[in-house]
Design a protein around this ligand. Sequence first.
Ligand SMILES: Nc1ncnc2c1ncn2[C@@H]1O[C@H](COP(=O)(O)OP(=O)(O)OP(=O)(O)O)[C@@H](O)[C@H]1O
Ligand SMILES: [Mg+2]
Length: 500
Amino acid sequence: MKEQLIRYARAGYAGLFLCTAEEARAESVVKAAADELDRPLHAWSLTEGFVDTKSGSVRACPDPIAALQQVDDLEGNVVVLLRDFGVHFEDHDPVLTRKLRDSLRGARSTGKLLVFLGVWKPLPPELEREITRLDLDLPDAEAFGTVLDGILASADLGNLPPEIREAALAAAGGLTTLEAENAFALSVIETGSIQPIIVAREKAHALKKGGLLEVVETTESLDSIGGLGALKAWLLQRCGAFTQKARDYGLPVPKGMLVLGVPGTGKSLTAKATASVFGVPLVKLDAGRLFGSLVGQSEANLRSAIATAEAIAPCVLWIDELEKAFAGSVSSGSSDGGTSARVFGSLLNWLQEKTSPVFVVATANDISKLPPELLRKGRWDECWFVDLPDAKERAAIWDIVIERFGRERTVYDTVVLARASELHTGAEIEAAFVEALHRAFTEDREPTELDLGKVLSESVPLATTMSESIERLRHWSSGRARQASQADQQGGRGRKLDLG
Ligand SMILES: Nc1ncnc2c1ncn2[C@@H]1O[C@H](COP(=O)(O)OP(=O)(O)OP(=O)(O)O)[C@@H](O)[C@H]1O
Ligand SMILES: [Mg+2]
């Protein structure tokens, strides 16, 4: 980041907006850049006034326009740090906008650099092309190392074993330095030492507070999924793809997969299991919450979510029910001024360009709401279509569901159950078993195949009520997406859903 600032300063940029919530770290970057450029650094804030950082002299200046006047009066190619200036942009004060344009013009001719520091605020249109936005990178392991050393020293704890240190620093990825410091300190208070698991727990809390990302704890593995043989085999083939060995071998980092399909067939389950295949954390993006009311806020949200995911990497980034968030991007412009189309475009762009070890798993039910460019080559390593389970797959799902509820699978004839549950999804099979458990519980006994058969005969599977939209989804997916179940498995699924 320092090098980037130096390049901009040398190139004669007059206005930069350095976006961050981490003021102290950003300030030290700006100071290091000014030192290296051998330029004096001045800093302004509403509360502290105008400070010459070299001499330490302070002039009171509780007004942004007066601050800009002071900037104009400075001589030479100084660097000026202006804190929280963004909040003044929100006032849409025409005098301030004009003054800023004048000051930036003056700065360009004298080689001054104005760095606006703070949380991103949209600029008035007049200034959009005069001020360049830069996002402060999230701290790296080296920065966390310094914070960790500080905590270890203040708690009189010696050095950590190297593997614990490495795990604690990795667990802090995605946090700000202050958040990491808090997490390390809490770990010392709670356990008397640094425990990576506590740092990870605190990170989960911190991300959840942000509202966009959530670290999901999951125990699901490929063994939790019945059927979907081709998809599972494909994932297994890639299980070592995030290791150093894979990098040394020259394997490209996998990008991710799109999982389309019928509701309740295990798409979300697959996303969870993917994280355990790779042995990395699962981070869920709430795409619906990307959209903010302020101009430019949605794009800023996406950028921040991506930066956090990349700081946590290697990880699986799970975008569930993609179509719900980006519904507006098909009828671009009409519903939301094109915001969702733009945000969607940035997401696709990132997917295409990304080199970081973030494996994206996106799931969707309704392709009619998604733009076709989503399926363009190069975006995903694979697009999968998850259909209704066939007989063999249903039997496998019964086995898993029965064991999930602590019963012996040998007690039931799952081939018979598979036949009785034709057209049912995994979610419906699970719901039927739960219903049978409830009924049997009230009679103080175990559910039987007969009970299950009865429950199944009483329920109307979604596939019958939604036969048309499932047919449409199948038709659309054929040739575009790969079948998630084993190609050689046929039995009671390929037929048309006309139960009339
Ligand atoms: N193939 C499967 N194997 C085992 N269990 C399954 C399978 N499919 C669904 N289930 C069960 O049904 C539950 C719901 O499935 P899941 O949430 O993964 O469906 P989904 O495809 O994401 O549905 P939606 O499109 O409605 O989000 C799972 O938690 C699991 O218990
Ligand atoms: Mg789901």
